[in-house]
Design a protein around this ligand. Structure first.
Ligand code: ZN
Length: 402
């Protein structure tokens, strides 16, 4: 087992470590980041105020706009000469967010990714086809580091070029696929179009998928087509990148590596801290980050936290698979709609294809329309239209034009 001691930490030791690291990180951030010092001052909190793990609740939140407003490196906690690497988020509007790493940060991130690969069963001898984008995005290099940490062979195919992707997958006998779930769903169909019989032609046995919410139905489709075992991975660029959480063999939530990330859930509207088990917005405090020590970072991701021991023997708390990012949530006629709910419905209807489009129009009343694909003989089949409509209504509670 890779990094065995950390993977199997018992609750008491875990809590002791968390508190030790939390106090150290808080002192580091307070001393070196003017924004943190100012926020602590406004909240009348000092590093000495943090005496127990519960005291984390005294710390003011950090939000995405804090990072954007301090572009490019305004929240750096170390001299720039100590930086080993920089990444940037794909900002949808305006300036991106810059992520900075010291040598220690990169080593920690690699180790977290190594644990992630290990939990999914990836070993030396495995051939990892890494279809995450290499570059400023943290996905490509994050998964690359993980494969290297466990001693597997990595093929950095990066995104796109589907024909070459499939050819290498077959010829190099890739045993592990790492990609976004939507790209893997796309490959289900694309591989057949290109003349492959996936189970016969490919040697995939493990899949590591993340960077976007996906449904159980998408998982089932990927597993059925490729005959692999799919694990959900969680992370985000602000928190090193991928490597925050991973599903173990039981796949009943994702273990969060809590010796490095303290996880809380809050009510996204009021900021109130919720009991474990209650659904809310995930908030993470990075416990050892040197270059960018984020305290109580609000992710906008909605989930719940389970603290019970898992059958796998790990005590790292689990989070439920992400239903959606609160930023992705659509409000249609006063009803909350997540794209993953629409996906769930469409993937359960066998005569529909893998791709879909959700259209929200705001004329007088917000309206939801869904475009799905099917074979030519089923096109505009009234029975199929009715089935989709009534299934969407059953899940969403609103009518959608199909
Ligand atoms: Zn487990």
């Amino acid at each position: 087992m890779f990094d065995r001691k950390a993977q199997l930490l018992k609750p008491k030791e875990l809590k002791r470590l968390q508190l030790l690291k939390l106090r150290k990180t808080v002192r580091h951030a307070y001393r070196n980041v003017p924004l943190v010092r100012r926020r602590f001052g406004e909240a009348n909190v000092k590093p000495e105020s943090i005496r127990t793990l519960e005291d984390v609740q005294k710390i003011p939140f950090t939000v995405k706009t804090d990072l954007r407003d301090n572009y490019p490196l305004g929240i750096l906690a170390v001299p720039q000469t100590r930086l080993y690497c920089l990444h940037a988020s794909s900002g949808t509007t305006g300036k991106p967010i810059i992520m900075a790493y010291t040598r220690g940060d990169l080593e920690r991130w690699s180790r977290l990714m190594g644990r992630t690969f290990d939990v999914a069963g990836v070993r030396k001898g495995d051939i990892v086809q890494n279809m995450f984008g290499y570059g400023l995005f943290t996905g490509g290099l994050g998964f690359h580091y993980g494969a290297r940490a466990v001693g597997a062979t990595v093929i950095p195919t990066s995104t796109g070029n589907t024909k070459r992707q499939l050819m290498l997958m077959k010829d190099l006998r890739s045993s592990v696929a790492a990609s976004t779930p939507s790209y893997m769903v796309y490959l289900c169909e694309a591989s057949r179009v290109e003349g492959y019989e996936p189970k016969r032609d490919f040697s995939l046995k493990i899949g590591l998928f993340g960077a976007e919410p996906w449904s159980e139905e998408a998982r089932k489709r990927i597993e059925d087509v490729f005959g692999l075992r799919a694990h959900d991975c969680y992370g985000m660029s602000e928190l090193y990148g991928p490597g925050v959480g991973i599903e173990c063999e039981n796949r009943n939530g994702l273990h969060v590596w809590s010796d490095e990330f303290l996880v809380e859930t809050i009510n996204p509207d009021t900021g109130e801290v919720l009991e474990p088990g209650k659904e809310g917005e995930l908030v993470f405090t990075m416990l050892s980050r040197e270059a960018m020590p984020l305290l109580r970072y609000r992710t906008r991701d909605l989930s719940r936290v389970f603290e019970e021991e898992c059958e796998c023997g790990r005590y790292h708390p689990r989070i439920q698979r992400i239903k959606g990012r609160s930023d992705d949530m659509l409000i249609v006629g006063g009803v909350n709609v997540f794209p993953s709910q629409v996906e769930h419905v469409l993937m359960n209807i066998p005569s529909l294809g893998d791709q879909y489009q959700i259209i929200v129009s705001h004329r007088e009343l917000a309206q939801l329309a869904v475009k799905a694909e099917t074979s030519a003989d089923k096109l505009n089949d009234p029975a199929l239209l009715k089935e989709i409509q009534s299934d969407l209504f059953a899940v969403l509670g609103i009518r959608a034009e199909v």
